[in-house]
Write a protein that binds this ligand. Structure first.
Ligand code: SF4
Length: 623
């Protein structure tokens, strides 16, 4: 298994790696990092931005080195930083240019190479029939180029990261494994095996994707394969192109957070399409949330033997009204303490919980209420506590809800509950490690063959909105990505000092479902975090594109700063807007470039035209 205990936090033991004065892995703290987006030839600009990132609390700073000139200039940037007392290790980011990697290894503490393009050229999608001999020949070519680089790293005590990205796999890997988790894992292992044969061990690895499910399953699979091959390299975690604002935070918390909860991850980067220093407090808070959850005791439940953590399957349930049975997961808002009229809200929950305050709602939303005030009112369904379990059989309602937590589970009780038609469980957790408790409860239900739908019912104790976004992503998302849960009921603990707005709670629940790929409620922007290769003002362009397209629910739009890396990394998007040169943009439909190097000032209108021509456009007023 990829994880030693599914129901207890145990950090995966990895071999420490020397990275300047800040080692990584082993028992070292989980390190935080970010990446500059200034041109690497702009020494002063890079130095200033590195300082801002380090002052914000980063342990490492990465800079792109697209060519030998940029790689050479890293030495100047490093010298200037050291002169001003900044000694955080620097990392060079290399694509398509092994010579630049050789040069960078002379002056920075770590070099990241991408196995998909270290030696292999830009994907051509032309050669898909590699024979075993051709495949072996390609590997030999990689080895011949990679080993001299490793020798430079050995000589200069430079660590490396083997960083695989979904969407930048080589033709060779695609030919044999396709665009799959297996392909990404093998792409990484091919390079790792060379490192091992050369006794080079200062290696960190990463496998990233913008699709959170793909990213989680692939990293789990990689850890499983490494365990099999007795490899213990530390892992760098990140969700690529997570976007900005709430979307970026929630998506990162689901992807990175769920793996951290599995005990995986020695360094993280939260890739936001915002100023790089803003990534640091988000990453730090995510690690703090993990630490708060890591102290919980073990739970005595056996993992369900047929549970497959390497591919996504939703737990099968019988439908109870609109809940379960393969229907989209529903969102429930807590209006029991503060009511809210959702009539004009951009995002409406599917149900509201009103406690004892049943009224005729202006927004017409169906209600859940405490059973003590339930008298068969229209559009109203009763909620029971386990103390009221006897009423479950006597009260008549189309769907009934039972609040329950793992410590109330027993085999006879669950078997009895199975006999009650249209029952939905509101699964709660007051444990410190919510994820472990909820996950164990689902494994218990699987053991018992229980098919009633389950809603994840959690109360936030967050201190501010950002923490709430991260906690919801971590606690709800970690369960949803395992295929568990038919809906979410996220509310603020009434005793909490910070009380979030109901509309914000609803927004965060829809965000978690969207990030977990379970329910699309808004346009998804797969936007890169930008780096020294970025060819336009990314944040400005994202804002402009959002202003025109944010009503296109369910559509995925990639916004990538450069042509070198962008098209591969937004492989999941329906449409793409990619920097093609200074003042030039290329537009993509899926993976195909359909408008090459058009003037930037016309690009947004052209993107709308492209969406319209393909039948995906709707006027905002039509919605
Ligand atoms: S896609 Fe964005 S982050 Fe990635 S290399 Fe290009 S500009 Fe940099």
């Amino acid at each position: 298994m990829y994880c030693s205990d599914l129901f207890r936090y145990n950090r995966r033991m990895t071999t420490p790696v020397r990275i300047g004065k800040t080692p990584l892995g082993g028992s070292n703290p989980i390190r935080i990092q970010s990446m500059t987006n200034t041109s690497t030839m702009d020494t002063q600009g890079c130095v200033a931005q590195c300082k801002r990132i380090i002052d914000a609390g980063a342990d490492y700073v990465r800079l792109t080195a697209q060519g030998v000139r940029e790689a050479e200039n890293l030495a100047n940037i490093r010298t200037a930083l050291r002169a001003d007392g900044y000694d955080a290790p620097l990392v060079a980011d290399i694509h398509f240019n092994p010579k630049a990697a050789d040069v960078a290894a002379l002056s920075v503490e770590k070099v990241r190479v991408n196995p998909g393009n270290y030696v292999d050229p830009v994907k051509t999608f032309m050669h898909f029939d590699y024979t075993d001999a051709e495949y072996a020949q390609e590997l030999e070519k990689i080895r011949n180029r990679f080993v001299p680089f490793l020798n430079i790293c050995k000589e200069h005590c430079t660590a490396i990261r083997i960083g695989v990205n979904h969407g930048s796999l080589s033709d060779r890997i695609l030919s044999r494994y396709g665009d799959t988790p297996d392909g990404m894992v093998e792409s990484c292992l091919e390079f790792l095996r060379i490192c091992i044969s050369e006794q080079f061990t200062d290696v960190v690895i990463s496998i990233k994707a913008s699709n959170v499910l793909v990213m989680i399953q692939t990293v789990r699979l990689l850890v499983d394969r490494m365990n099999t091959e007795d490899m213990h390299f530390p892992l760098h975690l990140g969700v690529t192109e997570a976007g900005d604002g709430e979307d970026g935070r929630v998506k990162s918390a689901v992807g990175i957070g769920s793996l951290l909860m599995d005990g995986i991850g020695d360094t993280i980067r939260v890739s936001l399409s915002e100023d790089p220093e803003l990534e640091i407090p988000v990453a730090r808070q995510l690690v703090e949330l993990l630490e708060a959850r890591s102290k919980a005791v073990s739970i005595d439940v056996q993992p369900f033997k047929d549970f497959d953590p390497y591919s996504f399957h939703r737990r099968e349930t019988d439908a109870a009204g609109r809940f379960g049975g393969g229907q989209v997961p529903l969102v429930i808002a807590d209006c029991s303490h503060t009511d809210f009229d959702f009539s004009k809200a951009a995002l409406k929950p599917d149900f509201v919980f009103v406690g004892e305050n049943v009224t005729t709602r202006m927004d017409g939303l169906p209600q859940l209420c405490d059973v003590k005030v339930f008298h068969g009112q229209r559009e109203t369904l009763p909620v029971f506590d386990t103390a009221e379990r006897k009423l479950l059989e006597t009260v008549s309602a189309p769907v009934k809800f039972l609040r329950i937590s793992l410590d109330e589970f027993s085999s006879p009780f669950l078997q009895h509950l199975q006999t009650i038609p249209n029952l939905v469980l509101l699964l709660q957790s007051e444990q410190t490690n919510t994820v472990a408790e909820l996950r164990a409860a689902f494994h218990f239900l699987l053991h018992e063959g229980c098919r009633m739908p389950v809603l994840l019912s959690l109360r936030s104790k967050a201190r501010d909105r950002e923490e709430e976004q991260l906690a919801a992503g971590l606690d709800l998302g970690s369960i949803l990505v395992d295929g568990f849960g038919d809906g979410v009921f996220w509310s603020t603990d009434p005793a909490n000092v910070f009380q979030s707005k109901l509309s914000d709670q609803v927004s965060v629940m829809f965000g978690v479902l969207q990030s977990s790929r379970l329910r699309m409620s808004r346009t998804e922007y797969i936007s890169c975090p930008s780096c020294g290769r970025t060819l336009f003002d990314l944040q400005k362009v994202i804002t402009q594109i959002k202003e025109r397209t944010s009503h296109l629910k369910g559509l995925k739009i990639g916004i990538m700063g450069c042509i070198v890396n962008g098209p591969g990394e937004m492989a999941d998007a329906d449409y793409g807007y990619v920097g093609a040169g200074r003042g030039q943009v290329s537009l993509y439909k899926g993976k195909n470039c359909v408008e090459k190097a058009i003037p930037a000032e016309k690009a947004l209108d052209k993107l709308i035209d492209l969406i319209r021509a393909n039948g995906d456009w709707k006027e905002p007023e039509q919605l």
